[in-house]
Ligand binder design. Sequence first.
Ligand SMILES: Cc1cc2nc3c(=O)[nH]c(=O)nc-3n(C[C@H](O)[C@H](O)[C@H](O)COP(=O)(O)O)c2cc1C
Ligand code: SF4
Length: 373
Amino acid sequence: MTRLLATADDRLPLPRVDGRIIDAIHQSGLVGRGGAGFPTAIKWRAVADRSRGNAVIVVNGAEGEPRSEKDRLLMTTRPHLMLDGAFIAARVLKARRILLYIGERHESARQSMLRALGQRDEPERALVSFAAAPARYVAGAEMAAIHFLNEGIATPTTTPPYPFERGVDGVPTLVQNVETLARVALIARGTPADTALITLAGAVRQPGVVEVPSGTTLGEALRLGGGATESPRAVLVGGYFGSWMEPRVAWPAALDRDLRLGCGVIGVLPASRCPVCETAGIMRYLASESSAQCGPCFFGLRALADASSRIAEHGSSADDLRRLQRWATEVRGRGACKHPDGAVTFLASALTVFANEFAQHEAHEAREVQLSA
Ligand SMILES: Cc1cc2nc3c(=O)[nH]c(=O)nc-3n(C[C@H](O)[C@H](O)[C@H](O)COP(=O)(O)O)c2cc1C
Ligand code: SF4
């Protein structure tokens, strides 16, 4: 098994690469590990076709997802592998800048990348500069990263133009997650990692990052983290833009084949916690992280968070549940970025998996109204 996380980050000579690496990336089936799961080779081709020796590579190490740790761990422990991926991208796409966009709170990751860069002697070293990504959820979105790098404002802008058309400095730009670039470096050496990188969170004995062989089931990955601390009610697969799943459905699912892993966070919700309250809390967080530029996102997510909180706190009107379902479909696809889509994907899964609990909260409220009448 080839692994991504090794105990020592060996600095190996950069492999010779040309445009054929894009075919190798395509054949490997590599998709982005920042959350969206977009095929990496398509992005590389789009930039390669337009670059006139002026492309920009943005290494996305913002890691704004609250429970995710894998990108920080990779930057801290495998900085050379990350740089290899970025240098290969710069060579193949004929770039003149490489920007390391690292979360402002991820100080040890930044230090590690700085140290590793000081040990490099390839010409690409001169192309590199660092930028501190603001600690906001949407700052990691690719259009927000480009906006920040161009104008110092980390809010998404509308597309088109897409990054491969006009990104940083108005030139073709590749924005790629750090794990994706590390995987490219292994593909270029002919040793793609046949593993999945997961951050275990919530009611797990040993939360943190695990690397598991391809085909590992979610239940087996959780066992590597010492298992659940108590009987689980549900699992959130893919972080705050992910979906809740019933344990009996999630446990036998192969992580990298059967599930939409998104940013790779697996969160375990124990049976002792109220799933409606958890859902309302995450909706409140996602609403507060809207960059307030698009009405359906700003007002829609706030309304959804308010309605979820009312239901959670047993103060809902009888119509809240129906409204929640209707508004969730109305918000989708109505923002400049995918923030509202991620939030309503999460909410829709909650309304399905926790249908009974949502209904019980409503019934409880109806009983209270009857008793007080
Ligand atoms: C609201 C929002 C936040 C995001 N945050 C991150 C992030 O912190 N890190 C990241 O790599 N991608 C993040 N993404 C995904 C990026 O927009 C982009 O798809 C990714 O960096 C591209 O790299 P990849 O193809 O290697 O995944 C976010 C997307 C959205 C909509
Ligand atoms: S959809 Fe939301 S987060 Fe995205 S740009 Fe619009 S207001 Fe900002």
